[in-house]
Design a binder for this molecule. Structure first.
Ligand code: SF4
Length: 632
């Protein structure tokens, strides 16, 4: 067993001493998976780095033990630690790009690990390396073994990292978001491989993830972390069936799926507190929907839950000594406005869209070779409705979204039509009966003023709220940029009034306008990106994985916001995502893409509930799900 006892990790930061981990204990057994879950900033990754003794320069282990076979790993010399690292305890890092040696062939890196930690040498080690590449799903492993990392995609690098770590045959594996960068089908393959290794070799797995679906399918034990502490630990089945900590209950209710469609998701207000501050009472109190008067002053301890199995412990005063609930401001009723009555109108019709990227030029400057990213897709979007484009990375879903927003005019060859219908055209009945009276414009043919006017009608929100906002501009300038270009008729006071309205609508404070993007959390930045898109009053927003970089609770806030905006403004969304739970929650129609083509499309319930194509079925089967077992 690998036993963590009272682990304390401190970091020196500008704001003061950060207690990143405060008194953690857990036991990982051979052949078992222990999942560590929680929002960003809770201390999950710091735990992994501490266990491997790989803390950053400003960090140190300030207390506790890591017991491996009766020996404290924290007491080992660095030379002994190098044997433990890799050989006894392996680690898969979150970011594969920085974990591989860029000037060494991937095969040599795997062989190095095999020769350092197993008796195999030379040709035998190379054969074993090829075998590992095959097991992690790298195609043509005999050829790819001699590639350098830069020739591989992010997902392939992650699989090489996994192969390299497993090739050393460790007894325990710490996997920090090991499959977050991978497509669902490859993710399913890797998770199955880890399960096989548990059966074959009794691998003990400490799985760090924010994906509760993965946890549900893999874990024997679950520990939920909050602000540097474990707040609930339980056998996995019991955790999902009867979570006790208010934070755990809210997190599970924040997960989007088909059953919650039409109702707001549970959103957890606020953010994880900074860990340089001194806590007097419960760290979750400012965000807790069940806080009591004494929660602000009495720190709860981790204690057993009376009516649950042994091993289910929770850090909450509700289970020690229930007293008076804290009088709280009445919860704000969720504003659910009436759906737009004119919702059944055809807005956009894409016909046989093809996007080709030039790969090389001939000597005379003409283009000779092309890569077909989108090979002829057609779909329709109605006013006030959401079409989800789903598929694995590289299937062309983002490219087709960008083509509609006119972001690829200079880089790619675009064929086909994207017909944008005027806003006054009212349809009747089901989608197939839509009557179209007005003359549409083909977005790909527009130039000059007509193009500018069309651009106003279609906006985009990107996946990464950190990269999509100019860090040198204040929020006011970020939001005004589009207004100045696309709504020149507005004068300065009118623009400011509109900006105030926008930040109110997306749930930011008005003083946010004077601040820079780096001063905001990921969820707040995504709100700024949404406000930027709304500023020019679009009719359609292309949402390119808008929540995949966010924690579950923040994802719930953003999905609630988008849903409310759709109801109040009659907005349409082209929602590009690989998250099937999100699709079930937001989409009216869904189109499944594979290798640049739509292989199946139609009503969301029909496609996801009764998929006709083998590809759709395999995609859905690979998606890890949390079974809705939670009572109450
Ligand atoms: Fe909520 Fe109080 Fe329990 Fe903390 S101790 S989680 S504030 S009820």
């Amino acid at each position: 067993m690998l036993k963590i006892e009272d682990l304390q990790v401190h970091l020196d930061a500008e704001a003061g001493l950060v207690r990143a981990i405060d008194g953690m204990r857990l036991t990982l057994s051979r052949g078992q998976t222990f999942a560590l879950v929680g929002e960003s900033g809770c201390g999950k990754s710091m735990t992994a780095l501490a266990l491997m003794r790989l803390l950053p320069d400003n960090g140190r282990i300030a207390g506790g033990r890591l017991d491996l076979d009766g020996q404290d790993v924290f007491d080992l010399s660095e030379a002994r630690m190098r044997q433990v690292r890799g050989g006894r305890i392996g680690m898969i890092f979150q970011e594969p790009g920085t974990s591989l040696n860029p000037v060494m062939k991937v095969g040599d890196q795997i062989v190095e690990a095999i020769e350092a930690h197993t008796p195999l040498r030379g040709a035998q080690a190379r054969a074993k390396a090829i075998d590992w590449l095959r097991r992690v799903g790298i195609p043509e492993p005999e050829r790819r073994i001699d590639e350098y990392p830069f020739r591989l995609s992010g997902g392939q690098k992650q699989r090489i990292m996994i192969a390299m770590t497993l090739a050393a045959e460790p007894d325990y594996l710490i996997a920090d978001e090991p499959t977050t960068a991978l497509d669902v089908t490859i993710q399913a393959q890797i998770l199955e491989l880890l399960k096989d290794l548990q059966r074959e070799r009794g691998l003990g797995l400490l799985l760090i993830t924010h994906d509760l679906g993965v946890v549900s399918g893999m874990a024997h034990q679950v520990a939920l972390m909050y602000a540097g502490q474990i707040v609930e630990v339980a056998p996995a089945a019991d955790f999902f069936e009867a979570p006790r900590h208010p934070y755990a209950r809210l997190l599970l209710r924040a997960l989007p799926d088909a059953d919650r469609r039409g109702e707001p998701l549970a959103a957890i207000a606020g953010t994880v507190p900074p860990l340089w501050q001194t806590f007097e009472g419960c760290r979750f109190a400012p965000r807790c929907d069940r806080a009591m008067v004494h929660c602000a002053t009495t720190p709860p301890a981790l204690t057993g839950v009376p009516d649950r199995p042994v091993g289910h412990e929770v850090r909450c005063l509700l289970y020690t000594d229930v007293r008076e609930p804290l009088p709280r401001a009445a919860a704000q009723p969720t504003v659910v406005s009436e759906p737009n009555q004119d919702a059944r109108r055809l807005l956009l019709e894409v016909r046989d869209l093809k996007v080709r990227y030039p790969l090389s030029r001939s000597l005379l400057g003409g283009r000779t070779r092309y890569f077909d990213a989108v090979g002829g897709v057609s779909y329709r979007i109605e006013s006030g409705r959401t079409l989800a484009l789903v598929g694995e990375s590289g299937c062309g879903k983002t490219t087709s979204g960008k083509a509609i927003v006119q972001l690829l005019r200079r880089q790619a060859v675009i064929e086909g039509q994207a017909l944008l219908y005027p806003s006054g055209v009212v349809g009747q009945g089901a989608a197939s009966d839509l009557r179209v009276d007005g003359q549409p414009q083909d977005l790909f043919q527009l130039q000059g003023e007509a193009l500018r006017a069309a651009r106003r009608q279609i906006q985009i929100i990107f996946q990464d709220p950190f990269a999509s906002l100019n860090p040198r501009l204040r929020v006011q300038e970020v939001l005004e940029e589009g207004l100045l270009a696309l709504r020149p008729e507005l004068d300065a006071p009118a623009r400011l009034a509109l900006l105030h309205e926008l930040v109110d609508q997306v749930g930011l404070r008005r003083d946010a306008l004077g601040r820079f993007p780096h001063e905001f959390s990921g969820g707040q930045r995504q709100r700024i990106a949404i406000a930027r898109a709304l500023a020019v009053e679009p009719r359609l927003i292309v949402c390119d994985e808008p929540t995949s970089a966010l924690d579950v609770s923040v994802q719930a806030q953003i999905l609630n916001l988008l849903r409310e905006l759709q109801r109040s403004r009659g907005l349409s969304f082209l929602f590009i995502t690989h998250n099937i739970g999100v699709v079930e929650y937001v989409a009216d129609e869904v189109a499944v893409m594979q290798a640049g083509r739509i292989v199946e499309s139609g009503d969301c319930d029909a496609v996801l509930g009764r998929p006709q194509q083998a590809y759709t079925r395999s995609l859905l089967a690979a998606v890890p799900r949390v079974e809705r077992r939670m009572a109450g």
